[in-house]
Design a protein. Structure first.
Length: 382
């Protein structure tokens, strides 16, 4: 687009130069060896050529703008369809639009499909409101609206196979340990999340069994927790409230995770073909059976990560075909676990974490052997 603009603005400049040259046209032609040529004829040919280039550039820009407008129209239609499906109120629609102002995305409907985008927007909105020192009444009102949007968009519960994106994803009942950041001493050994709202979350502990003298409002501490079928997390949070048996914390997106992975995983970059077998969105979707080309960017015996230019949704079942080493695989069933947005230049891509399902043991073993060999090669170069 920038290159096209440069060409567009270069056209008038070129024509201006030519008109200047016309004033002393014969001397110019003498200099370049066009003696005897008619000045007006040659100038006319040059201007015609420049005009032709200008017309082609304008046609290209017009076609590009038309494509962009069509994409924006389709994105708006999908956005409106998602709004209707979620049954959002006018206040909630307005809030969704405000949330999207915190994200640099060209397709607003992605907020209905990407939990990571939703959490980033929520966190930015809450941080903005807190910086404005809004009243408690405003906070309670925003809590209600944001909480209802979360519920209607289906982000109230994060599946265990999906890593935590934000402390807003912590379940009520989750066990946590509070640790002093500097001394690494344990401040509270056993506590549980008892409340999780958009502006803060609360843990509760037994004051008769715990000494919480080192817990102060405004203090930054570490939370340690283990999440079922996921991993062990370390989270740096700030205390925003405290009483005899509870502590309130501000939310954060900064979580350190040590993964509990059953299968080793390696980065790759290979072509992959996907075919939608069953849609989690609509039964009998017209997209079922459609073949799509993409790239697989990592793989393990349990699944992988696939990048394509269109978005599936968590729960979709796809069939995969790809080749690693000398092994060609086709018809491998996989479930879409999570989707994240990735924009490169003017192109939008979608990263899909997938889990292999109904995979034959022999096929899985071939993939595992490939992964182990790849890891061995990587370690040799370290």
């Amino acid at each position: 687009m920038v290159h096209s603009k440069k060409m567009f603005f270069a056209i008038p400049l070129t024509i201006s130069v030519l008109f200047v040259c016309m004033a002393n046209g014969q001397s110019l032609f003498d200099q370049i060896g066009w003696r005897g040529a008619d000045v007006s004829m040659v100038t006319g040919l040059v201007l015609t050529a420049v005009a032709g280039v200008g017309i082609m550039v304008l046609i290209h820009l017009q076609a590009k703008f038309r494509r962009q407008n069509e994409m924006e129209r389709l994105a708006y239609q999908i956005f409106q369809k998602n709004i209707e499906k979620a049954e959002l109120t006018e206040a909630e629609i307005e809030k969704i639009k405000n949330l999207l102002k915190h994200a640099n995305v060209s397709h607003p409907h992605i907020i209905f499909q990407s939990a990571s985008l939703f959490e980033r927007c929520i966190d930015a909105e809450v941080s903005s409101l807190l910086q404005q020192n809004v009243s408690q009444d405003v906070i309670e009102q925003q809590e209600e609206v944001l909480g209802m949007i979360r519920k209607k968009l289906g982000y109230g519960f994060l599946p265990y196979e999906h890593p935590l994106i934000s402390t807003r994803n912590l379940e009520v009942g989750q066990k946590v340990t509070v640790i002093n950041r500097r001394s690494k001493a344990t401040l509270i050994h056993n506590a549980r999340v008892v409340q999780n709202k958009e502006f803060h979350f609360r843990i509760q502990y037994d004051p008769e069994k715990e000494e919480s003298l080192g817990i102060l409002e405004g203090q930054s501490v570490m939370l340690a927790l283990a999440r079922q079928s996921d991993g062990v997390y370390g989270v740096q949070v700030v205390i925003c409230g405290k009483d005899q048996s509870t502590v309130d914390f501000r939310h954060t997106l900064e979580l350190t995770r040590n993964q509990l992975r059953q299968y080793a995983r390696v980065d790759i970059n290979i072509p992959v073909k996907l075919r939608l077998i069953r849609s989690a969105r609509d039964e009998g979707s017209a997209e079922v059976g459609e073949l799509i080309n993409g790239r697989m960017v990592d793989i393990s015996g349990g699944g992988g990560c696939i990048v394509v230019e269109r978005s599936f949704i968590p729960g979709d079942i796809v069939s995969l075909g790809f080749k690693i080493a000398d092994n060609v695989f086709s018809g491998i069933g996989a479930r879409i676990l999570r989707v994240s947005l990735q924009e490169v230049h003017d192109t939008t891509f979608y990263r899909h974490s997938v889990q292999f399902i109904d995979i034959e043991t022999a096929t899985r073993e071939k993939i595992i052997r490939f992964v182990f060999e790849k890891q061995r090669q990587i370690n040799q170069w370290r």
